[in-house]
Ligand binder design. Sequence first.
Ligand code: PMP
Length: 455
Amino acid sequence: MTVEELISEFRERTKGSRSQRECYATYLADSRASAGYKSLLRDIHYPIVGSRAAGSHIWDVDGNSYIDLSMGFGVQLFGHAAPFVTDAIADQLALGIQLGPQARLAGEVAELIAKATGVERLCFCNTGTEAVMTALRLARTQTNRQKIAMFTWSYHGHFDGTLARPAMRDGERQSIPAFPGVPASLAADTVMLNYCDDAAFDVLEKESADLAAVIVEPIQSVQPWLRPGEFLRKLREWTTDRDVPLIFDDVLLGFRVHLGGSQAMFGVKPDIVTFGKILGGGLPIGVVAGDARYLEAIDGGAWTPANELTPSGRRTFFAGTYNKNPISMAAARAVLRRLLDEGPELQALLNETSETFTSELNRWLQDREIPIRIEGFGSLFRFRGRQLDLFFYKLLLNGVYLWEGRSCFLSTAHTKADLAELTSAIQDAALWWSEVGGRSDASPTSCRAKALDKP
Ligand code: PMP
């Protein structure tokens, strides 16, 4: 198959997805429709539109079936439409979507999260972005300091306060907005560091008096091959010594790599941790959790009308119309009960299955000198190589769904047969890609000799 044939077959097979973009682009501003735009692939540059999903599979509006490697951006640990989640949602829905009165299940869900992860207290919001934003506000409230140390290539959502990048200005490293529209004043309140690099400690030392927090994405989704165990332990020691709160952003990998999250995986306990994604079983949820002294800023502590306490400590503002919404709470309770019933073996087994799957594929690719590597952590992985756009389109044609951000996830719903099918589809796409040159500018040059790229 030539590149031109791939383009025309893809167009033919995904007519319905294409026509949605054609019909609605006038009205719908869609960042995903433009993600990774390349002029050669303009003709097939539109998101696949889904029609339904079950287990490890999704179907698009043209009736094509795919084995899903995106799994709801990592949300669907148990596969799509897991009956224990959809039943819990249906039962709650029958009671109405009560926003206003306290959600009946919120306390119980909080207790289950504490049981699974060992956190002291927590509060609910609706997205990972909100959870990070709130975690930073809590840290600033309790330290009365301003600056946040962050690491390049970490993703913490789309809150302006985390959309900074480092730049050299007048011979000095500064933090500037990563995107237009982000206020320079917010970027200036961040200190951007290189992850897993001990040179970060020199910068931290200089900034320590102004630091409200250090936030890490323990396993960075864009470079999941970094192994941060030792770095995290040093960071814990450094932040403890200087009384700077350490925040783990565990929105993506919490409950995926270990029942207790990254803190259990690496044996490093942060002061504050954010969760989201998997917890909501597909519904919006965010959680800010951690030591009681930080969560006290939400409600003045665990006082009740019956105990001897009164609201105390420094408090800040926190709110949200949809916080603790009863449908998300019902789904979260079902997910947490299942996770606790299964125990940490669930994640251990999925991690092992994923690692075997990727290492066998890597051996196959290496034997054929195809310059693609699959690297990751636990059940998250990425394809690593140069100019992989055509490879990804061929995978779609081969019945494997990947979203534009290209982070891949396995779920407990992926069967042995799915993995065998995935292996054949990936091998076929890799062979084709290496034969056509593996370049999205369709240059005929062989890609075999090219070195592997960095993200
Ligand atoms: N933090 C991390 C580590 C994430 O992976 C994400 C989302 N991928 C977020 C924060 C933001 O979460 P949300 O998309 O729910 O706002």
